[in-house]
Design a protein around this ligand. Structure first.
Ligand code: HEC
Ligand code: HEC
Length: 292
């Protein structure tokens, strides 16, 4: 049984090794792509055979028992006496968050990525006033079960709040698709998948994540507080970004809806929401009985 750290680097290497850059905007061709930074070869040196049940390509079917165990953790019943705060209080039963941008969307994130974050909160490489205490009280089995649970559930995206000007979105889209050679910022899609839809097992989706949450994470990496990324990939990138860059790319990804595009068969092209769209967003907590 490899240690947690070994499995982590294995996951990251596998995901990044198969990353492909897919330019998304036509006018992005005016910008020279950044070609530096860690390569798949660099990451390959960390590679060990991933053997964890969590390293699954995308949204795999999960067996009923695991799903039920994960659901119980999400509702607050844990072996270690309960995390004292049910995940659904903040993240919702289906991981949608509350739309405020304070709580990240967990719905459909790769199970391995979610599990690793809980382990990192508990171990201290991703310190957070709320999540560290919760994760410290969880057992390994609970982390795995709840990670698989939130990876498996589905939920519509909440409407995007706030207005952003077109130039900001355009700059965000360029950073996402080709990065900035001038600033030494690689294209986000190199690792985060086409349209930012994620690259399991270790690279989370950004498309549809809350902008305020993503800006905060980039700031935390730049400040050296979030320090849990293999080969410092994200801290190196965040270090080169200005506040405006962080805001632009986050507002851009918050408005990308790649899944809808796939359903419409438009070949993964990105559709940016022009304005707030009403989405059927059921009360997250009403989807599962709270039990007693
Ligand atoms: C009191 C509110 C609250 C509760 C309860 C809570 N969380 Fe969180 N969670 C947060 C906040 C706030 C963040 C963002 C923290 C940060 O900036 O790192 C977060 C972040 C996370 C992340 C990181 C997501 C990402 O995209 O990297 C995971 C995973 C997570 N929570 C899982 C859980 C699970 C599982 C539970 C229940 C056992 C839980 N949370 C309970 C507030 C909460
Ligand atoms: C070399 C690969 C790579 C590139 C390029 C990259 N990322 Fe990441 N990113 C990652 C990995 C790996 C993680 C997960 C790190 C961890 O384990 O916490 C991540 C995580 C993130 C997160 C946190 C998501 C969450 O749910 O907490 C944000 C935000 C993010 N990246 C934004 C960006 C942006 C914006 C760009 C482009 C400017 C970018 N990334 C380019 C590999 C990359």
């Amino acid at each position: 049984m490899p240690t947690r750290k070994t499995r982590l680097t294995a996951g990251a290497a596998v995901a990044i090794a198969v990353a492909v850059a897919v330019p998304m905007l036509t006018d992005a061709q005016d910008y020279a792509p950044f070609t530096g930074g860690p390569t798949a070869d660099d990451l390959d040196r960390l590679l060990e055979e991933p053997d964890d049940a969590l390293v699954v390509p995308g949204r795999e079917p999960v067996d009923e028992a695991t799903l039920e165990a994960g659901r119980l953790v999400a509702m607050g019943g844990t072996e270690a006496g309960g995390s004292s705060m049910a995940c659904i209080t903040c993240h919702g039963a289906n991981g949608q968050g509350d739309g405020s941008g304070a709580f990240p969307r967990l719905t459909g994130q790769p199970a391995w990525y979610l599990y690793k974050q809980l382990a990192d909160y508990a171990e201290g490489s991703r310190p957070n006033r709320v999540m560290s205490g919760i994760a410290e009280r969880m057992t390994e089995a609970e982390m795995e079960a709840v990670a698989l649970y939130y990876a498996a559930v589905d939920a519509p995206f909440r409407p995007v709040r706030g207005e952003v000007n077109g130039l900001t979105l355009q700059w965000g889209g360029q950073l996402a698709a080709v990065g900035s050679a001038e600033q030494g910022i690689p294209a986000c899609v190199n690792c985060h998948g086409a349209s930012g839809s994620g690259l399991p097992p270790s690279v989370p989706y950004l498309a549809g994540q809350y902008a305020d949450y993503m800006v905060l994470q980039l700031q935390l990496w730049k400040a050296g507080i979030r320090d849990n990324d293999a080969m410092d990939v994200m801290s190196t990138i965040a270090d080169k970004m200005t506040e405006e860059d962080m805001r632009a790319v986050s507002e851009y990804f918050a408005r990308v809806r790649p899944e809808e595009d796939r359903r419409e068969g438009s070949g993964g092209a990105v559709r940016i929401l022009e304005q707030e769209e009403p989405v059927a967003a059921p009360d997250a907590n009403a989807l599962l009985p709270l039990g007693d």
